[in-house]
Design a protein around this ligand. Structure first.
Ligand code: S3P
Length: 440
């Protein structure tokens, strides 16, 4: 249970834990590599630890070098030179769609049978989107879930054929699953994406010495290349920084620096949107190793106004929509978030969850099949929030709690926050009361 009281004075500096998307990929690619890799700032959240554990079940050796209370987690991962072994028992991906879909790509190409399981939320999420292309590459999937096309997934892998595949939905997870399977195929595998999606897989493949080819909306990888062991520095998670970006942007007189955040442009559309809403945001990029840009974000709070989210922005802020909706509730006028139907198949139906919780705190909002239109500017009301076990719903409405004129926001089902953001509650209390929120 999380109870959030109104903001006293926003703290000046904050660090966010490691990036979730990059941590999943680092565990997988380091495990496939030809030697020893040091991965620093790995996100010690349930989702990423599940993927790390999955790689251990597949024969990868992992040693913890350092672990702070909320991160950073530094790891030594001994790669298998792309030779995984059959797991004992099921592979439990917990709550993580990324974990399950990326692992499905790897397992599609393995000469053994495996079974991917997950929690109730994950067992209701569509897996046909990876089973179809991976099936075309030659893998055999059986979706054993109660809901058609859903986990548990039994995977009978083997030698895979290269594929040329046009994705019907803009999904980095699907793209990554196909590229990972393509690493094992004899020839060139190409994914065609309908819109630009996060490109961490392509960047990290190049860190491991594997070049992808880019041609307009096509991304290709030639199979048979061995990932060369390298060290990976995981940037701070931009999606975790989004909660504080909104908190700072909407509180007049505040000035917040968020340190060491990933600034990959396929993730940062929220910065563009918040600037359009009137926030003053600057970034200071640092020197860093690897291909992911990293830097500080500095936000000055002010009065926000509503905006319209452009279709091309949606994939690059998809995980930030719950907290963007809170920003919209705090802004003057209307904010339109459409073309975001994918939100219905995230950890929960995020359109319905956001709309219902916004209404519960007194915000006017119209629901559409593909999004919502929010009319902001009225004072928020204290309420009990239903997170539906979705970490980003819980955290977004915790941020709304900072802006209550009185009372407190109560979030009974808040344990889910640990799937992506260990330490969130401590950082929230520090930032709410004017203190620095560092992780170590
Ligand atoms: C992710 C991709 C996105 C995002 C998810 C993480 C990834 O999902 O919502 O939280 O790490 O590739 P889709 O690719 O399904 O849109």
């Amino acid at each position: 249970m999380l109870k959030v009281r109104p903001l006293e004075k926003l703290g000046p500096v904050l660090e966010v834990p490691g990036d979730k998307s990059c941590s999943h990929r680092a565990a997988i690619l380091a495990g496939l590599s030809d030697g020893e890799c040091t991965v620093t700032n790995f996100l010690p959240s349930e989702d990423c630890l599940n993927t790390l554990h999955a790689m251990e079940q597949l024969g990868v050796k992992v040693e913890e070098l350092r672990r702070g209370p909320w991160g950073p987690l530094d790891l030594k991962i001994q790669g298998t030179s792309m030779t995984l072994s059959a797991p004992e028992g099921d592979i439990d991906c917990g709550n993580s769609g990324t974990g399950m879909r990326l692992l499905a790509g790897v397992l599609a190409a393995q000469d053994f049978e495996s079974r991917l399981i997950g929690d109730a939320s994950l067992q209701s999420r569509p897996m046909g989107r990876v089973m179809k292309p991976l099936g075309e590459m030659g893998a055999n999937f059986v979706a054993e879930g109660e809901k058609a096309g859903c986990a548990p997934l039994r995977v009978k892998g083997g030698s895979v054929r290269p594929l040329r595949y046009r994705m019907p939905v803009a999904s980095a997870q699907v793209k990554s699953a196909i590229l990972l399977a393509g690493l094992f195929a004899d020839g060139k595998t190409t994914v065609i994406q309908p819109a630009v999606t996060r490109d961490h897989t392509e960047r990290m493949l190049s860190d491991f010495g594997i070049e992808c080819e880019f041609n307009g909306d096509e991304i290709s990888v030639v199979g048979g290349q061995m990932p060369e062991a390298t060290d990976i520095q995981v940037p701070g998670d931009f999606s975790s920084s989004a909660f504080w970006l909104v908190a700072a942007a909407a509180s007049e007189g505040s000035n917040l620096r968020i340190e060491n955040v990933g600034l990959n442009p396929t993730r940062t559309a929220l910065l563009t949107v918040l600037r359009r809403m009137g926030a003053k945001i600057t970034t200071e990029e640092q020197d860093h190793s690897g291909s992911e840009p990293i830097g500080d974000i500095i936000v000055e709070g002010g009065v926000l106004r509503g905006t319209e989210i452009l279709p091309a922005e949606v994939p690059n802020l998809i995980d930030e929509v719950p907290v963007l909706a809170v920003a919209a509730a705090l802004a003057e006028g209307k904010t339109s978030i459409r073309n975001a139907k994918e939100l219905r198949v995230k950890e929960t139906d995020r359109i319905s969850a956001v709309v219902n919780n916004l209404r519960a705190i007194g915000v006017e909002v119209e629901e559409f099949e593909d999004g919502m239109v929010i009319t902001g500017g009225r004072p928020l009301q204290a309420a009990e929030i239903e997170s539906h076990g979705d970490h980003r719903i819980a955290m977004a409405f915790a941020i709304a709690g900072l802006f209550l004129p009185e009372g407190e926001m109560v979030i009974p089902n808040s344990a889910c926050i640990a799937t992506s953001y260990p330490g969130f509650e401590d950082s929230l209390e520090a930032i709410r009361t004017g203190k620095e929120a560092r992780l170590s």
